[in-house]
Design a protein. Structure first.
Length: 134
């Protein structure tokens, strides 16, 4: 249809980027992620700090950035589990993400730097600055 319909329960949704996985739409709120399916909020995923971005990875997982304190969060779109990793650089709007082999995440942020986060069960994260362009 050509009509817009308000989805009940989405008050406070941010007018930023959204992600679609299967038949679910993931919409950022201030400190939560709304999960919408068939025009209804079916779940909300809470976060400790304000959301600043969302991206879908090739493996259908979502990456959600938060500010203050800064973190990058891997969200499973099937069971809604969140794996959170603290960052020492703030990621705001306009970031990009490129997951590689399920364990390495390349993050490009507006300060013209690229970070690599290496995730594993025993080493929560190891961050390397690989490039800074002045």
């Amino acid at each position: 249809t050509d009509a817009l319909t308000f989805v009940e329960g989405t008050g406070g949704a941010l007018k930023n980027r959204m992600a679609v996985v299967g038949e679910k739409v993931f919409v950022m709120g201030s400190k939560k992620l709304f999960v919408i399916q068939n025009g209804t909020v079916i779940h909300t995923i809470p976060f400790e700090s304000a959301l600043s971005g969302i991206a879908k990875a090739y493996d259908e997982n979502l990456w959600v950035s938060c500010t203050n304190p800064a973190s990058i969060n891997k969200v499973n779109p099937l069971d809604y589990t969140v794996e959170s990793h603290a960052l020492d650089v703030s990621i705001g709007a306009g970031w990009g993400v490129a997951p590689l082999r399920k364990m390495i995440l390349f993050i490009s942020v507006m300060q013209a730097l690229i970070c690599i986060d290496i995730f594993s069960l025993k080493i929560r994260r190891k961050k390397l600055l690989i490039s800074k362009i002045m």
